[in-house]
Design a protein. Structure first.
Length: 136
């Protein structure tokens, strides 16, 4: 690629960036595609689960750039679990543990067998009051 640009500019000294700059830019663009691909893949998976039956719900929104901002999903079984075992709701959020630096909030409780029961999951773009109000 750099050779092509050098030939088009009629000399390496006329190319206004270094080889490393080009590769860094290409990496950034590739990462954008991967990130958007991951979000689209996740939404397609959740949409597929929704289309299989009426026992699955997901909600999401995107920011002004069209990037995934928030994602919430729950199924019928977890809603029933919440109905019967939702006396105590644990709100656990992990932060900066993935390559996307987005908190994953897991809402869970304990059933009558003292086993952990997940009620819902929520992927959020920021750890602010508005984001957490959205899920509640």
């Amino acid at each position: 690629m750099i050779s092509f640009l050098r030939s088009q500019a009629e000399g390496y000294d006329k190319v206004n960036f270094a080889r490393k700059d080009l590769y860094n830019r290409m990496d950034r663009e590739k990462q954008k595609e991967i990130l958007n691909g991951d979000a689209k893949g996740a939404l397609a998976h959740l949409e597929g689960k929704k289309n299989i039956g009426n026992n699955f719900v997901h909600e999401y929104n995107v920011n002004s750039e069209g990037r995934l901002n928030r994602l919430f999903w729950v199924d019928l079984q977890t809603l029933l679990d919440y109905k019967y075992f939702g006396d105590v709701l644990v709100f656990d959020s992990t932060y900066n543990t993935s390559q996307y630096f987005k908190p994953l909030v897991v809402l869970y409780g304990v059933n009558n067998h003292f086993s952990t029961v997940i009620f819902a999951c929520y992927l959020v773009s920021a750890k602010d009051e508005e984001s957490f109000d959205w899920v509640l």
